[in-house]
Design a protein around this ligand. Structure first.
Ligand code: F6P
Length: 346
């Protein structure tokens, strides 16, 4: 029987791109830690910067009420990468050393890092420096290795799908080719899921090399089948030769040049990261948060909570760090979309 000691003190930080559900995760960790385990909480501001610059404050249970449905993060975030870059002067203390020093000064028993790939990599490096850390995977990109899904993804797919739904009506009115560019960094999860949910005719993901000619031919074929408009869903990470414009803008111009069809493009952008989390993200974030507190109570450090086959588990950060979960060519949703005639430009 694992001995649970009361009064452990844990620090919580959120780092990297924000997403809906972070506050639900903070609440999940915090309420479980306080209510079930009698732990003390310290909220660290703006990601790892807060631990470098001593920007932190105690978090009470009251501070956690009313945040479940709140978008963004009450702690703030940054893309501070403490292990990147060298210390300048010989007397300058390195950022990892400052983090360790302040972690000890605060008397923390564990540091909870809520973040995506970059954050979880930093968490792993801090664990190797001897800090007790637990990771919680969050990102709209859903590209964190070791977990089936990250919170933030479901909300982003809902937002993107609604946008695609709206594009159908205006595309049909004007008999146009509508391109919509979606976030996702180097992974195509948002484009794939919202492309299928929104009835996209062409779905371009970074993981699949496309050919402009094949897209043009496919769109002309649709016209010959009396399908006067088409929706082209573009994952932002796809490669194009143009560096000075969005992928959607570049392809919009090329498709128009190659087919003569009227094209228009939308880059959905940060709307995908904003606003209240979907119910599924609220539940998943709460589950991840509560499970992180359980890991701490059992002193199972150096791990990330994860969802595997609908079960909450935990995996070593060493297995997650530095890896990306990408859309595989044999992904069943992708295969089924192909079988239904959707083009992936290849
Ligand atoms: O990782 C989340 C994400 O929104 C990606 O989809 C996107 O490529 C990136 O962050 C944008 O980063 P920033 O917020 O630094 O502009």
């Amino acid at each position: 029987m694992v001995k649970i000691t009361k009064g452990q003190k844990i620090g919580i930080l959120t780092a990297g791109g924000d997403c809906p559900g972070i506050n639900a995760a903070i609440r999940g960790v915090g309420k479980t830690a306080i209510v079930k385990y009698g732990m003390k909480l310290v909220g660290i501001s703006d990601g790892f910067s807060g631990l470098i610059n001593k920007d932190y404050a105690d978090l009470s249970e009251n501070d956690l009420s009313g945040i479940l449905t709140l978008g963004g993060t009450i702690l703030g975030t940054s893309r501070e990468k403490p292990f990147k870059g060298k210390t300048k002067g010989k007397n300058e203390v390195s950022k990892p050393a400052l983090i360790r020093e302040n972690y000890e000064k605060l008397g923390l028993d564990c540091l909870v890092c809520i973040g995506g790939n970059g954050t979880l990599k930093t968490a792993h490096l801090l664990a190797q420096e001897g800090l007790n850390v637990v990771g919680i995977p969050k990102t709209i990109d859903n590209d964190v290795w070791g977990t089936d899904i990250t919170f933030g993804f479901d909300s982003a797919v809902n937002i993107a799908t609604e946008a695609i739904d709206r594009l159908h009506s205006t595309a049909n009115s004007h008999k146009r080719i509508m391109l919509i560019e979606l976030m996702g960094h180097n992974a195509g999860w948002i484009a794939l899921y919202s492309g299928v949910a929104g009835g996209g005719d062409v779905i371009l993901v970074p993981e699949i090399q496309y050919e402009e000619e094949k897209i043009a031919k496919y769109l002309m074929h649709r016209v010959s089948e009396n399908k006067p408009y088409s929706i082209v869903v573009v994952g932002e990470g796809i490669k194009t030769p143009a560096k000075d414009m969005s992928a959607a803008r570049y392809l919009s111009k090329r498709i128009n040049e190659m087919t003569g069809l009227e094209t228009r493009e939308t880059v959905l952008g940060y709307i995908q990261r904003g606003g209240t989390p979907s119910p599924m993200d609220r539940v998943l974030a709460t589950q991840y948060g509560a499970s992180a507190a359980d890991l701490i109570a059992k002193r199972q450090y150096g791990r990330m909570v994860a969802l595997k086959n609908n079960e909450i588990i935990s995996v070593p950060l060493s297995e997650v760090s530095g890896k990306l979960k990408l859309v595989e060519p044999d992904n069943p949703i992708l295969i089924q979309a192909r079988n239904m005639g959707t083009s992936f430009g290849d």
